[in-house]
Ligand binder design. Structure first.
Ligand code: ARG
Length: 416
């Protein structure tokens, strides 16, 4: 293998698996790949909980455009259990804001593309990513790791089509234009969140217009009464809402719905992409934000301060790997060994209050709680021996007090 993973006959392709969304870009690609490479195209669509997709329609469209075979894979459970729940246990918020919802779906999509490519004996995988984003990194690194012999086709890097030329191409090739062709937004959806880019959002000073959102009600129009939810966690994973036990997919779907009603999970930030560009990103992630808020709170109740402090470093590193397309790096699993160990005891119930766009923890309980009422209380029954405080404070501050004295003597600190 060469570093680039390509041999001399790099251009010859027999059969290509295309990650197909049914949208304009990948529909044009379905045709373009057949034309350019004179090869068979197998289309693959993963259901990771996109709300707006009709998977039967996508399949029909793929065949209409000449796909030799089409696969629709329902990967919702796999996505939630193997990707989103790991992100939850790592309290993953990239740059403290973004719950890496699109990021974590990419390695799963790439894995399925490789699986189908192997099954179909395909020699290439194609996807619709541009050269400016993070997604190409996530796809390409994962594919290269799992199947170094498979070629990667990224039509956007080669075909040089403006938006208008692409529409022209579609018309010429009988590719139906999607109903939302006039939408200025680029959307990516899965159960962990909805990403919205482009159009008016490219002006970072412009408030996201209401039509950018689809899952959440504007907070100011949300119900005037707050809604309380009790979320039960076992080993860091949610298992029940208000005492109703359900599987993780159902929990996430339910929280997306209820959170959406209360306008929870709208995010807007300036994000540092891996390719070096700063971009303005808008998201709707009700379930992810509710669960991360609750999970993080419960962790604080059951872990020592040393665990929490160290875990925040580990979590940040995990999040960075997930965002940066390095899901396959062994460091992710190494970090997860620690994250999972800590999460063994993240058991209990967190009560959250949803109100006009906010999610607030208002109660928590756990059989692993390190909160000790008798230590914490200011009532008479306290078991905390306050006399010990004097010696403790003396020793605790010793190095800092000493340093201050020396600096003052040397004139580096003001004598007050
Ligand atoms: N900025 C996000 C990320 O890198 C979302 C990208 C989603 N793509 C889109 N077409 N909206 O993970």
């Amino acid at each position: 293998m060469t570093i680039a993973g390509q041999s001399k006959d790099a251009d010859h392709i027999e059969k290509c698996v295309l990650l197909y969304s049914g949208g304009l870009d990948t529909s044009c690609m379905l045709k373009w790949i057949q034309e350019k490479y004179d090869c068979d195209v197998i289309s693959l669509t993963l259901n990771v909980g996109q709300m707006t997709k009709d998977f039967q329609e996508i399949e029909k469209k793929a065949y209409d455009l000449g796909a030799k075979k089409h696969y629709t894979i329902d990967a919702r459970k796999e996505f939630i259990d193997e990707y989103a729940m790991r992100a939850l246990k790592a309290n993953a918020l990239y740059e403290d804001v973004y719950p890496v919802s699109s990021s974590i779906a990419r390695p799963l999509l790439a894995k399925w593309a490789v699986k189908i490519a192997r099954k179909e004996k395909a020699d290439a995988i194609a996807h619709g990513c541009t050269g400016k984003g993070n997604d190409q990194i996530r796809f390409n690194v994962t594919i290269k790791a799992l199947a170094p012999d498979i070629k990667i086709i990224q039509p956007v890097l080669e075909w040089n089509l403006s938006r208008d030329e692409e529409i022209e191409y579609a018309k010429k090739h009988g590719i139906p234009l999607p109903v939302d062709i006039d939408s200025p937004y680029s959307i990516d959806e899965n159960l962990w969140g909805r990403s919205i880019e482009c159009g008016p959002l490219e002006d970072p000073f412009c408030e996201p217009p209401e039509d950018a959102f689809a899952w959440t009600c504007p907070p100011e129009k949300a119900p005037d009464r707050p809604e309380y939810l009790e979320i039960e966690f076992r080993s860091g994973v949610p298992v029940a809402i208000n005492g109703d036990y359900m599987d993780t997919v159902k929990i996430v779907e339910t929280l997306n719905k209820i959170g959406g009603v209360h306008g929870v999970g709208r995010l807007d930030h300036i994000e540092d992409r891996i390719v070096g560009i700063k971009s303005r990103e808008v998201y709707e992630c009700p379930a992810a934000m509710i669960l991360i808020t609750a999970h993080k709170d419960l962790e604080k109740m059951v872990c020592t301060r040393h665990e929490i402090l160290f875990k925040s470093i580990v979590d940040k590193e995990w999040t960075y790997l997930a965002y940066a397309g390095l899901w396959v790096d062994p460091l992710r699993e190494d970090l997860e060994a620690f994250i999972d160990k800590v999460n063994e005891k993240v058991n209990g119930v967190v009560r959250v209050k949803l109100y006009k766009g906010s999610v607030q923890v208002v109660g928590r309980k756990s059989e692993y709680s390190l909160y000790d009422y008798h230590l914490a209380t200011y009532e008479k029954i306290s078991t905390f021996d306050q006399k010990l405080a004097r010696g403790f404070v003396e020793l605790w501050g010793l190095p800092s007090v000493l340093a201050h004295r020396v600096l003052k003597a040397q004139g580096l600190r003001e004598d007050i």
